[in-house]
Design a protein around this ligand. Structure first.
Ligand SMILES: C[S@@+](CC[C@H](N)C(=O)[O-])C[C@H]1O[C@@H](n2cnc3c(N)ncnc32)[C@H](O)[C@@H]1O
Length: 259
């Protein structure tokens, strides 16, 4: 049988937020390569014969280098296997998909990208926060917080500060830098800012503040990673539209990311 790789988005956390296509290919996999932020129930969906290979970061140990993951993917597909590369959220949003697809393409192997619900969109939704809103927010941007502490960032923070809605991923350890950078780039310090931790799961927690008060509020609240930050008028909608009760979903033992 000809091998093929499927670069699959697992969705933002809750297992049944994977797409039907993602679940279909997972159920036909011979090998599954996965990292952190993958609901464990999803691994049970792969056939019993499928090899399950963890390629993420382990505490105190280095993550497998991206090149090593690429090589592993290529080798397994060359061996004729149906390989699912399972990634948190959407594989095309801060998911290294281009590197893995490029390695497969260079080796002349076939692959398919199966989109998933990105945490950038799905996690705010679970806190009652739509990213756009008629009359108030007609555009949004998604950025990684790494850029806020990069002196050589190519991102224009004045443009980000002017976005009606800004979603910041990997924000927890750089919350001070992100809020300060947005304020110094011209964003009103009173702008609503909401942090959502471990979204869509039984451990979801929401911290609603403003750009100027959020870093202090988080010092006290200590929301654990991973977390999504939403900045903009829509971030206040969690006050009235929060609908998700985390106790309504079963606990699962996710390997949470340590940013
Ligand atoms: C390396 S990025 C990968 C993003 C992923 N490809 C996606 O589309 O969601 C990891 C970041 O996603 C966010 N994230 C992922 N899952 C999350 C969840 N369940 N709750 C809150 N944030 C989450 C956090 O900001 C985390 O630091």
């Amino acid at each position: 049988m000809t091998g093929k790789a499927y670069l699959v988005g697992a969705g933002p956390g809750r297992a049944d937020l994977i797409t039907v296509r993602g679940l279909t290919v997972l159920r036909q996999a011979d090998a599954v390569l996965y990292d952190r932020l993958i609901p464990p129930e999803l691994l049970d969906e792969a056939p019993t014969h499928a090899e399950r290979i963890f390629v993420g970061k382990r505490p105190g140990r280095h993550a497998l280098r991206q090149e090593a993951i690429n090589e592993l993917l290529v080798r397994l597909v060359r061996d004729g296997l149906q390989v699912v590369r399972l990634k948190g959220g959407d594989p095309c949003v801060f998911g290294h998909v281009s590197e893995e697809a490029a390695a497969l393409a260079a080796a002349g192997l076939s692959y398919e990208i199966v989109p998933g619900i990105s945490s950038a969109i799905g996690v705010p939704a679970y806190a009652g926060i739509p990213l756009t809103r008629r009359g108030a927010a007609a555009a949004f941007a998604v950025v990684t917080a790494h850029e806020a502490s990069e002196a050589a960032s190519s991102i224009d923070w004045c443009v980000l500060a002017a976005m009606p809605t800004l979603v910041v991923l990997m924000a927890l350890t750089r919350l001070d830098a992100v809020c300060a950078r947005l304020i110094s780039a011209g964003r009103d310090p009173q702008t609503p800012a909401t942090l959502i931790s471990r979204g869509t799961t039984a451990q979801q927690r929401v911290l609603r503040a403003t750009l100027s008060t959020l870093p202090d509020a988080q010092l006290h609240a200590e929301l654990p990673p991973p977390a999504v930050l939403v900045v903009g008028e829509v971030a206040a909608l969690t006050d009235t539209l929060a609908w998700f009760d985390p106790t309504s979903v079963p606990e699962h033992h996710m390997l949470w990311e340590d940013e």
